[in-house]
Design a protein around this ligand. Structure first.
Ligand SMILES: [Zn+2]
Length: 393
């Protein structure tokens, strides 16, 4: 079922549908379900001995099974086409990762289960899934670069945005988005922008392009700081790149409870103006549903409405700067059912559908956007003063 590609049926051209012939290409391979990070107290892998029932690791196959099924069987299905991903070759990985690190992963895979860092477990099946996630993301990127479509979504796991050039971090082994960005650069795109809305700092992607000015990395995240040797970056707003890359890594740590209105304000005041100044030739939209209000790993309180709005704004900048071309890359998102709904809303936003196809089943927590707006205003002032290409945003 994954080896075939299909187009939008003519009958699906409902009110609000994208122009005829335009659809969103989903790249997926069920082999990515083989990664099993085990059980324990949440993501620790530990059994304290006094609990009868342990959690599945939050980055489990079920979360992605629901993402696949809502897209295949939900009301957005007619707007999607499905394409099979293929595993990356080891040589593909060296554009972002060091040969020593890739060798270390291959050896770890050969020698049996291994905890690479806190919460990150390489078990039988994990390496094959990681190669598929990287290769599937590269296939989705080629789909755009080769002119087969304008919008592609790499529905992949294990996630990648914490994986750094030479080590694993935060459930991530290979940096899927980073590899895709490098492919775009190597294929002649002179300037590329990455917007990462996973609730955690996209530190691995940022690290890979920290010293270059042809990749603008922007990350909106919860203010979580460093979390150990695998994740030394703080994600604070003063980590702005180095050397030639100074000013081209923009971190937007947002207060807990920022919610839909807080994120929309940050997008309109900071992200969209920065991309409009940078004028990328390709846009990468790195998504994580762990910014939702029910995620066990986050406190940002986005609902389906918030994801839809963010995605609409991203589509707007893609239309203005990259002829509508956008690669969407899946990262975290750990609530088993709500992550799927938020993904659905995100793709609705990217497709600019006129009206939601699904109601939000569970949104009812309060937000705290006023504090977020103050934080964003302060950050905008700082950008004007310290980021040369943003002095007049
Ligand atoms: Zn995350």
């Amino acid at each position: 079922m994954d080896s075939s590609s299909s187009s939008v049926p003519a009958a699906a051209a409902a009110e609000g549908a994208p122009p005829a012939g335009e659809n969103l290409a989903v790249f997926w391979h069920e082999g990515m379900l083989a990664h099993d990070a085990g059980r324990g107290v949440f993501d620790s892998g530990r059994d304290p001995g006094f609990l009868d029932v342990l959690d599945h690791h939050p980055e489990n196959a079920d979360r992605v099974r629901n993402m696949v099924s809502i897209l295949r069987r939900g009301p957005i299905a007619p707007f999607l086409s499905w394409h099979s991903g293929t595993p990356a070759h080891a040589s593909d990985l060296l554009s972002f990762h060091s040969p020593e690190y890739i060798e270390e992963l291959a050896q770890a895979n050969a020698s049996g289960p291994k905890k690479l860092c806190e919460g990150t477990f390489l078990n039988p099946g994990s390496w094959g899934a990681a190669l598929l996630a990287a290769g599937t993301t590269l296939s989705a990127t080629r789909h755009i670069l080769d002119g087969h479509g304008k919008i592609a979504y790499a529905l992949v796991r294990p996630p990648g945005h914490h994986a750094q050039p030479d080590h694993a971090d935060g459930y991530c082994f290979l940096n899927n988005a980073g590899l895709a960005v490098q492919l775009a650069l190597d294929s002649g795109r002179a300037k590329v922008a990455v917007v990462d809305i996973d609730v955690h700092y996209g530190n691995g992607t940022a690290e890979g392009f920290y010293c270059t000015d042809n990749v603008l990395t922007i990350s909106l995240h919860m203010k979580h700081g460093t979390w150990g040797p695998s994740h030394p970056q703080s994600g604070s707003s003063d980590e702005i790149g180095e050397g030639k890359g100074l000013g081209y890594n923009l971190n937007i740590p947002l207060p807990n409870g920022s919610g839909d209105k807080g994120y929309e304000y940050a997008m309109n005041e900071l992200v969209v103006p920065a991309i409009d100044k940078f004028q990328p030739q390709l846009l990468f939209f790195v998504i994580g549903q762990d910014s939702s209000m029910f995620d066990p790993n986050g406190r940002q309180c986005l609902t389906m409405d918030g994801y839809r709005k963010i995605a609409q704004l991203m589509r707007g900048v893609a239309n203005r700067h990259s002829d509508g071309q956008m690669l969407i890359v899946q990262e975290g998102g750990y609530h088993i059912s709500y992550s799927a709904y938020c993904l659905h809303a995100t793709l609705e936003g990217v497709l600019n559908l006129e009206a939601p196809l699904l109601d939000d089943p569970i949104a009812y927590y309060p937000e705290d956007e006023k504090y977020t707006m103050k934080v964003v205003d302060v950050m905008k002032k700082c950008w004007k003063e310290s980021i040369p290409f943003l002095k007049d945003i």
